[in-house]
Ligand binder design. Structure first.
Ligand code: 3BY
Ligand code: FES
Ligand code: FE
Length: 413
């Protein structure tokens, strides 16, 4: 008899990775989709995915398909990709340009507002007004689009909004364009993807390109638990960060860590990270890749505003931003969609070199995909037993696993 999901949750040891079934089982995957990708806020894209009226892009999440579009009035809208006649999909996955949404099946035709405009042969007593496309709860937070597919979305997204609106404002994400995009399918469970992203334990041995500019992050370890050597490194980090954060904040750029983790519904953390070496950008030599800076930025020495949620990680720098979205495809397959954003007026070959812009995160994303698939294969092995997280470098994984268990329980598992 397979054990229940509740038994798997009960079996999770504090400070340890999750029990096998939570990474591998189909029933857990379905529960994850329901809890974390339906009842929580998820990151689905950017305002600059749809820069002009009529631009649309379709994103599939489990059995749900969403159309993110910009309507004729220039407003962002998100509607379900389900015809109100007999349910046909209206538009295929990916970006497109539309003037009206015409169902390919029987040509019911919707305005970009979602309003049903035309439904042939439906008779004189047919009331079109109650057959508009269903809209989706969304928030546009400084150009980042989050949706919640439930009718009762967690209210603590307000805190993410309050913190990030101010931090994102100088980057002017509304006035960016996508210079490059990759879809990488990781052969692993989405939680391994997220865990992998929340530590840099693996960086030195696996990310030569990223290590030029990335500095190990102080995630608030408890010095009492650390070895003497780690404690010294930790103290050094903390000192360095405290100095830089004070200087940046003194110049009016919010930088201190702000987070909402276990104990909350919406999971996020942000902090301004130091970029090492030349200190400007996550590029092969840590200098800016784009001459035209983002938004109202006039400085290249403002580090990297890092933001993560439970299905995303983002890096906002003076010259460009990199944003990754995580969508689970099956218990053992995960889509990581990464976009490189530059100022909308920046011209490739004039203001930036695409190879320099994308080099670090293309390499890092591929390396991480390999690590995640390697991890998943080991986790599937009958010999797998959840091991302990490092309290020095993996504290945030412990926090994620704790939040994960808590949230499933809160939803009745
Ligand atoms: O997943 C990665 O490689 C990077 C390194 C540190 C955290 N994450 C942003
Ligand atoms: Fe869309 Fe019939 S299902 S018009
Ligand atoms: Fe990595």
């Amino acid at each position: 008899m397979p054990s229940s999901i509740t038994n798997l949750l009960d079996a999770r040891l504090d400070g340890h990775a999750l029990p096998q079934g939570l990474y591998t089982r189909e029933d857990v995957f379905q529960a994850d989709l329901d809890v974390f990708f339906t009842h929580h806020w998820i990151y689905v894209g950017l305002e600059c995915d749809v820069p002009e009226p009529g631009d649309a892009t379709v994103l599939d999440i489990g059995k749900t398909s969403l159309i993110l579009l910009r309507d004729d009035d220039g407003e962002i809208r998100i509607v379900h990709n389900v015809c109100r006649h007999r349910g046909s999909r209206l538009v295929d996955d990916g970006p497109t340009v539309i003037s009206k949404l015409v169902c390919p099946y029987h040509q019911w035709t919707y305005e970009l507002s979602g309003e049903l405009a035309y439904a042939p042969h439906m008779g004189t007593d047919f009331d079109k007004s109650c057959k508009n496309l269903k809209s989706v709860n969304f928030r546009n937070i400084g150009g980042l689009i989050y949706v919640c597919l439930s009718d009762n979305p967690p209210k603590d997204i307000d805190n993410l909004e309050r913190v990030m609106i101010e931090r994102l404002a100088p980057y002017g994400l509304q006035d960016t364009k996508i210079a490059y995009q990759t879809d990488v399918i990781e052969e692993g469970n989405w939680k391994l993807t997220i865990e992998n992203n929340r530590e840099c334990y693996h960086c030195a041995a696996n990310h030569p390109e990223l290590c030029v500019s990335f500095v190990e992050v102080d995630f608030g370890y408890d010095p009492a638990t650390l070895s003497e050597e780690d404690r010294q490194t930790a103290e050094e980090h903390s000192r360095l960060y405290a100095e830089r954060i004070k200087a940046w904040e003194g110049d009016g750029f919010p930088s201190a860590p702000a987070e909402q983790l276990a104990g909350h519904e919406t999971n996020f953390r942000t902090q301004r990270l130091i970029i090492s070496g030349a200190g400007e950008s996550q590029t092969p030599d840590a200098t800016a890749a784009v001459d035209k800076l983002l938004g109202t930025m006039t400085r290249k020495d403002l580090g990297d505003t890092h933001l993560w949620g439970h299905n995303s990680w983002n890096h906002f720098m003076g010259d460009h931003a990199v944003t990754s979205m995580v969508i689970p495809l099956s218990p053992s397959r995960t889509l990581v969609r990464t976009k490189w954003l530059v100022h909308k007026d920046a011209v490739e070959g004039v203001d930036y070199d695409l190879e320099k812009l994308t080099n670090v995160w293309v390499a890092t994303t591929d390396q991480d995909a390999e690590l995640v698939s390697r991890n998943h294969r080991g986790v599937e092995d009958p010999a797998y037993q959840p091991g302990p997280y490092s309290q020095f470098t993996e504290k945030q994984l412990d926090s994620f696993a704790t939040w994960y268990v808590e949230r499933l329980r809160a939803h009745g598992y």
